[in-house]
Design a protein. Sequence first.
Length: 320
Amino acid sequence: MLEKKPLITHMYSADPSANVMNGKLYIFPSHDLDVEMESNDNGDQYCMEDYHVYEMDDMSQPPKDLGQILHMKNVPWVSQQMWAPDAVLKNGKVYFYFPARDKDGLFRIGVAVADKPEGPYTPQKQPIKDSFSIDPCIFNDDDNVSYLAFGGIWGGQLDKWKTGTFDPQGGEPPDDQNAVCCKIARMQDDMLEFAEKPRDIVVVDEKGVPLKAGDRNRRFFEGPWIHKYNDTYYFSYSTGDTHQLVYATSKNIYGPYTWQGVILTPVLGWTTHHSIVEYKGKWYLFYHDCEMSKGINHKRNVKFCTLEYRPDGSIVTLNP
Ligand code: FUB
């Protein structure tokens, strides 16, 4: 029984983006380094340098490490911290999206392209023009139009872009103001650039009122994921300092999304970060905790479990 057990045990891994490509399940996680670092709110302890990809045909067997697909030394614009990635197979190519700090210390989002999930990958020489912050999630809709959702506050810098330019003094708004929103942009057909200025993904409460910054159990923090179930878009994310995975739904990819509930209650460790995927007719939640390191924040391990929907489309809350 592999559910809720560390899936990758020969190295630390986090931020699992699980995607089906050519009928097989691939996991694109971050690779946590086994180094000693003090934790802080800026996330300096997450000093990752490369990515591996994993194949998991059989959910009762550990995934197979297909090897390193990208290292920061091969991406000219990157200075450090290769954080949570995602990937999609589209028109015969795999597009791998990853955030990292540029040479000025700002998080940007890059793309690397391959013919197969295991690579070889060719990174673009520059990040996506006008990209910022972290945690890209690429969603390809039924009409083959793709959207990139992204963002994360605090160490992920999204709250420093409120004015449209980077403000090093920026932060979360006062508690009674609207929360900082995750961003979404339609991608060009070549999947390498935004086709539009990124828009806010607004999450509203049951009365249709946007969530406030002080609503820490519900407001967006980081780790966006978009999937579609029964013609409804599900926008799910981490609430960061309240450590939950939560979700909201909409009939429009751009939102507004209506708050629904909790997918996963807090795990061992500060962060969790997830993806949701349908594979061979079942739905799965991939996430991480710190079981292998007994709770060291930056030494995480990927896990998965079965996800259940009720007949009304709501998700059954999971407890780790
Ligand atoms: O793994 C580094 C960062 O930690 C990710 O980008 C966030 O989502 C959080 O999991």
